[in-house]
Design a protein around this ligand. Sequence first.
Ligand SMILES: Nc1ncnc2c1ncn2[C@@H]1O[C@H](COP(=O)(O)OP(=O)(O)OP(=O)(O)O)[C@@H](O)[C@H]1O
Ligand SMILES: [Mg+2]
Length: 418
Amino acid sequence: MGAARACGIDFGTSNSTVGWSRPGQPALLALEDNKATLPSVVFFHAEDGQTSYGRSALADYLSGDEGRLMRSLKSLLGTSLMDDHTEVMGRILPFRDLLALFIGELKRRAEVAAGRGFECAVLGRPVYFVDDDPVADQRAEDTLAAIARAAGLRDIAFEYEPIAAAFDYESQISREELVLVVDIGGGTSDFALVRLGPLRAGRAERKDDILASGGVHIGGTDFDKHLSLAGVMPLLGLGSLLHSGLQVPSSPYFNLATWHTIYQAYTRKALAQIRDVAREACEPDKLQALQKLVTQKDGHWLAMQVEAAKIRLSGEPGAVLDLSRLGAASDVRLERAVFDHSIEGLIERIGATLRALLQEAGVVADQVDTVFFTGGSSGVPLLRQRVSGSLPRARRVEGDLFGSIGAGLAIAASRKFA
Ligand SMILES: Nc1ncnc2c1ncn2[C@@H]1O[C@H](COP(=O)(O)OP(=O)(O)OP(=O)(O)O)[C@@H](O)[C@H]1O
Ligand SMILES: [Mg+2]
């Protein structure tokens, strides 16, 4: 078989990469415009039935092309939606086929970049696809395995994403360390407590080096949702009152703040409900903005604005949103403090998962030499502060936030299929 025909695939909630080990070469293959990441996004064009992927899918959607945008595909794994379908341009599309389309494309692009076919792969997986439900979790892995096989990968293995990140970090160190890997992605937060070192790296069996792994289904898309509900949806009427004294129904706002339910806010029934509510609303302007959002099918546009603002908030105390497209203000300022407050509960759950992991391993905070951060959402300041604060003595290292998992999976693949 040989390692040369083996790759590592990091199918992420937000971004995907494919790694391939060749001596003296960077592991990650270029998947789009010379970049190593392919955003996990598919756009179906209404006009010609074509499909676009990644950045180009996002650009097609934003340029106003008629069609349907699908994001956060990985979050479908392990849910009942996996056996369900959606309708795209009047055609039935099983969600399973949607995932298969994206993963097939990922493999094809990696093969073009590598100039060869891949038959074996180590696929990354979160420690838990589904929290507290081992049966659904196994089903998620089985589904992903079946899709990978259907895409032509004959021999596949799985590795925990944070363990892959650990292998990437291990390839850069010269001494033994006890490392806590903190991988906060778009969909999940994953941890591994691992003993790493150059002398250990070559060993075939690493079980004894892995002290604990854990995770929770919280990630950047949840941060987007909470920021949207706290800072943006109120401008469109969430929490405002009807003349009856009741609050405006919240379901359209929740649908619009959650990536994979945005289309549920566009149904004729949902739109009729918004029109009825607008007539009874104490602040009809806000409901008009909501109505505009829904009739213009701008849900993904808004969610992208919120995500971009969230990312800016990692470096700045405030971020300005232009909502004039919805007939609302052109300079809505979101404060870091509002964001922090909105995600406090999520950060606390991530912190609790981390504490439980250390306890399970029988390791006290002071024993951890290094915290290795990876995943785009590890850039969130409140998250960093909390994790760093709970491990005050540990050195902090930042990996390639979007590439460490793929690079580590390439190492895992070259060992596994050598
Ligand atoms: N500077 C930043 N500050 C905060 N969040 C960020 C930053 N940059 C990217 N993100 C967020 O990081 C997430 C994407 O990270 P990443 O690509 O690591 O996720 P993923 O690997 O696709 O997801 P998962 O591993 O959970 O399946 C998105 O939610 C994005 O908004
Ligand atoms: Mg990831």
